[in-house]
Design a protein around this ligand. Sequence first.
Ligand code: RB5
Length: 143
Amino acid sequence: MKVGICNDHAGVVLKNKLTSVLKERGYEVVNIGTDSEESIDYPDVAHPLAGRIESGELDFGVAICGTGNGMALALNHHKGIRAGLAWNSEVASLVKRHNNANVLVLSARFVSDEQNIENLKAYLDASFEGGRHERRVEKILEF
Ligand code: RB5
C-alpha cells in the first residue's frame, strides 16, 4: 500500500520517525511534506496530499502540523477526504473504525512523538466497522 505523509515545519522530526514505522510495516511512503524547519504554510502541502489520495495514486495519508487542526481543516475541504485528528491511540483507532478516516492527522507540538507512534500503529491496526457508521459517514456529504 502507498501512503502519503505531509507535514509543515512543526512536523519534520515526527514525520521521519513515522516514516520508519510505516516502512518497517511494508508501506511505500511518499513524502509530500517539507524537510526543513523553515516556516511553510500547511495548506501548501495538505492540498497536494488530498489530491493524490482523491486521484487514487495514494491509498491513505498521514498529516502533521503543530496542533493538527490546520491540516485537518485544509484536508477536509476535499470531498474525497475524511481527515481525523487523533491525540491518543483509542481515538486513532476509532477515527478509522467509526469515521473511516483516510487521513490520520497528528499534532507534533501537543502530543509526544512516542504517543504519536502509538497513535499511528493503532490507526494502521484498525478497520472500518461499517453498519451504522457507514450511514453516518455517507451523510457527511449530504448537505
Ligand atoms: C505553525 O506555527 C502552526 O500554526 C501549524 O503547525 C499548525 O499548528 C496550524 O494549525
